[in-house]
Design a protein around this ligand. Structure first.
Ligand SMILES: C[S@@+](CC[C@H](N)C(=O)[O-])C[C@H]1O[C@@H](n2cnc3c(N)ncnc32)[C@H](O)[C@@H]1O
Length: 458
């Protein structure tokens, strides 16, 4: 039996201009609609069953093809084999495309959450991406500590409807408390309706339909996805996400999901464990790790993050040094987290769903934190605007046109949008993804791998 934990919270009180029926809607009106319209993935997954080795993906359409990932690995090897060009700036080598915006330290401090050490990543760039829009309705798919949400609510006084979602109830509750406080002090009062939900973002359509069924026709002006984990999750060793603190091998974003990292390590077939490490961790040493994990099963298995880290240390000791084992452990933890939460398939499904929910001229902004995520965002954006990708890494700045794409180089007021790609359904405003400023990288090391992409619906 799946327990529904989403919460329905009306932070504002009066009807949204676009949504006449919303103010009269009640929780008991909505709950049965949700119950009827969903088969939750957790109810279909059977623990340890090899045929469900994609964990939550069991309920979703086919997971990303292994061949795609293998192809990407090959591409990586080819790139690595190229001699490093002398006198090329580090930015160029890392294919960095910074937005060119000045880093705003005041903004960074204002929306940081000092009690929990959380800072919203690329906040200035996110605000820039929505700045030119009349943002009457906005969805934050990944509430986290609500840093981005708070800044957007403050910056867009025209906002009439705000919806925030997070799959993690603990994170959601903290974000909700922050937003409650913000909105109590907000001078707009009743002209802003605000709702938050504990929900996976792949169900965005259902959430919006629950807020008001007309919303699926009217749609929303802006959607943000800031992927990955919040510091609240990483810093809580009981969640099992951190390489550095000891805790259970859990790694579930949604604590009610049935699959944990411990299940994968101790009961999945050997070949599936290997695939997870290879495809989701892009870990070169995956075969040795796979063998060691099987070996550990003969002596009782792995039951804590320390057990796993010790195993990684033993395997990495020959390659040497703290950096060696930490890098490997980070890749192994990433791989397990992706598998436990079915992150890649969920992301792809959610990108299509989010685009469907956008109004004409509306924008979807996505921040990703590793190459597997970014590749999916890039490719799905191209698919959504109805274009095929001829430009394999998408980070090419040579000016060549990938087959069939209209690449627009424009002088415009949006300095961050240098090259655009126009398709039938939308415009990708960031042909190359935007990365954080150097200043932000220094202040927040966790942001270093962030890449931001923006898609606008036609
Ligand atoms: C990097 S944090 C977001 C931080 C936030 N933007 C802020 O300013 O504080 C990512 C959040 O997304 C949530 N999340 C991850 N996958 C999700 C999913 N499939 N559906 C909903 N939320 C998800 C995580 O629980 C986490 O709280």
């Amino acid at each position: 039996m799946v327990v529904l934990t989403w919460s329905w919270l009306a932070l504002g009180k009066t009807a949204h201009g676009l949504l006449p029926t919303m103010a009269t809607r009640r929780l008991f009106d909505l709950r049965p609609v949700y119950l009827r319209s969903f088969q939750f993935p957790t109810s279909r997954y059977r623990r340890g069953c090899p045929h469900h080795c994609r964990g939550l993906a069991a309920a979703a359409p086919a997971a990303p093809a292994a061949s795609t990932l293998v192809k990407s690995n090959k591409k990586k090897k080819t790139d690595a084999a190229k001699p490093a060009a002398a006198a090329v700036s580090p930015d160029r080598l890392k294919k960095r495309t910074r937005s060119g915006a000045e880093f705003d330290r005041g903004l960074y401090r204002r929306y940081a959450d000092p009690t929990r050490g959380h800072v919203p990543v690329m906040l200035g760039e996110v605000l820039d991406a929505f700045r030119s829009l009349r943002l009457r309705s906005f969805v934050d798919c990944t509430l986290g500590a609500a840093g981005h949400s708070a800044a957007i609510i403050d910056a867009h006084r025209e906002l009439e409807l705000y919806v925030g979602m997070d799959v993690d109830p603990a994170v959601h509750d903290k974000a909700r408390a922050r937003l409650d406080k913000l909105l109590v002090d907000d001078s707009r009062g009743s002209s802003l309706e605000a709702y938050t939900h504990v929900r996976n973002f792949k169900y965005i359509k259902s959430v919006l339909g629950g807020v008001d069924e007309n919303l699926l026709d009217v749609r929303v002006d802006g959607i943000l996805m800031d992927l990955g984990m919040s510091s609240l999750q990483v810093d809580d060793s009981k969640r099992g996400f951190s390489v550095l603190g000891d805790g259970p091998l859990d790694m579930r974003m949604n604590p009610q999901a049935s699959l944990t990292a411990e299940d994968i390590l101790n009961s999945w077939p050997e070949s599936e464990v290997g695939k997870v490490l290879r495809d989701y961790g892009e870990e070169g040493n995956w075969k040795v790790l796979q063998k060691q994990i099987m070996q550990a099963r003969t002596t009782g298995g792995l039951h804590s993050t320390n057990d796993l880290v010790e195993l990684v240390k033993r395997v990495s000791s020959k390659s040497g040094g703290r950096q060696g084992w930490i890098k490997t452990a980070t890749r192994v933890f990433q791989a397990l987290r992706i598998a436990v939460n079915d992150e890649l398939q969920t992301l792809e499904d959610a990108l299509y769903a989010c685009f469907d929910c956008l109004s004409s001229g509306g924008r979807l902004v996505v921040i990703s934190f590793h190459s597997l995520e970014d590749r999916i965002v890039k490719q799905t954006f191209l698919d959504i605007i109805e274009m095929s990708d001829g430009d394999d890494d998408g980070d090419d700045d040579s000016g060549k046109n990938p087959s069939g794409l209209s690449v627009l180089e424009t002088e415009n007021e949006e300095h961050w949008s240098k090259n655009k790609i126009q398709g039938r359904q939308g415009i990708i405003l960031t042909k190359r993804p935007i990365t954080p400023t150097k200043e932000e990288e220094i202040l927040n090391r966790r942001c270093r791998s962030a890449k931001l992409r923006v898609l606008q619906k036609l």
